[in-house]
Design a protein around this ligand. Structure first.
Ligand code: FE
Length: 320
């Protein structure tokens, strides 16, 4: 229904635009109806336009997503709207990706121009997807969405899961300053870990008897950056040989420590400590299993960014 509403609205708006353009000759914007319909959407190649806009069909057996069996979501090539989940995909041996169900509300059925078949389009942008066939006996749902691979993009589930890493390297203002600017990092938070008091305040931790370390929670996109990248940045932005704190900040809450979340992270951290030892550094960094992250008070978050200042006890030094 949405697609039909969109078409009606677009035709109405297009005629209004044309009228406005006629009224003011100084501000005429020349756009074709096709350009108007695709404003704000992804740019399409000529072959994608042939299928998605002109309702063409790709050659059977040629689509990139035909054999794809990974877990994830198939989204509209033109507007990125999720259309199908991988759980609905099955092999109909027809040469096009087949699904026995759509994501609710994502696909609109229309009577095909040939008068026989049922066309399917993206409910959001009206882009042509393919055709739907019923009662063929392939799956219990008795439905086959026969979709042009070129009309879709695939987003794997694992690509969407952001990872969290935890690094203590002295005053958390300085640790966060470098991580928040790093490639692939989506978010950072500063707080405390490793102590024996729940939800400690900054004042409590400063009394040096709670056992917590100041640290930064780094939330990053693993398809853009790796845990190794994070570990390298950690070592390159503080003095990991200092045994009593960091720079002028002396005390147990300022010690250097990597809190690992799993064996893989532990192995990577261990590897880099070995590399540094081999380079002649006497590494003081501790390795500890991750425990509860207690977020610090709001005024500590993104401290230097908020003040427009630079760290006093952290600086970047290229090592690797
Ligand atoms: Fe779409």
């Amino acid at each position: 229904m949405k697609a039909i509403q969109l078409i009606i609205l677009s035709v109405f708006t297009l005629s209004t635009l044309t009228m406005c353009a006629q009224k003011n000759n100084n501000n005429i914007i020349q756009i074709t109806p096709k350009e108007y319909m695709t404003m704000g959407y992804n740019e399409l190649t000529p072959e994608e336009q042939r299928v998605i806009l002109d309702k063409g069909t790709e050659l059977p057996g040629t689509g990139e997503l035909l054999e794809n069996t990974e877990k994830g979501t198939y989204v509209c090539k033109q507007c990125d709207k999720p259309l199908y989940r991988s759980e609905s995909k099955f092999d109909a041996e027809c040469g096009w990706p087949s699904f026995d169900d759509e994501i609710e509300g994502a696909v609109t059925r229309l009577k095909d121009a040939d008068g026989r078949r049922t066309e399917i389009v993206c409910s959001n942008c009206g882009g042509h997807l393919g055709h739907v066939f019923l009662n063929e006996g392939f799956t219990a749902k008795q439905t086959r969405h026969c979709v042009n691979s070129i009309s879709m993009k695939f987003v794997a589930d694992k690509e969407k899961e952001l990872q969290k890493a935890y690094f203590a390297s002295g005053c958390f203002w300085g640790t966060e300053y470098f991580f928040m600017k790093a490639k692939g990092v989506k978010q950072t938070n500063v707080g405390f870990m490793g102590g024996n008091v729940d939800n400690p305040t900054y004042e409590q931790v400063c009394q040096q008897n709670t056992g917590h370390l100041e640290l930064t929670e780094v939330i990053y996109d693993p398809t853009v950056a790796t845990y190794e990248d994070m570990v390298k940045l950690f070592f390159e932005t503080h003095n990991f040989t200092q045994t009593n704190g960091q720079g002028p900040d002396i005390g147990p809450q300022y010690l250097s420590c990597i809190f690992y979340s799993n064996d893989k992270e532990k192995d990577i951290a261990t590897k880099y400590i070995r590399i540094l030892n081999d380079k002649g550094y006497k590494v003081a960094t501790m390795l500890k299993p991750k425990s509860t992250f207690w977020k610090a008070e709001n005024y500590h978050q993104q401290y230097y960014e908020g003040k427009g200042m630079s760290p006093y006890c952290h600086k970047y030094t290229a090592i690797f």
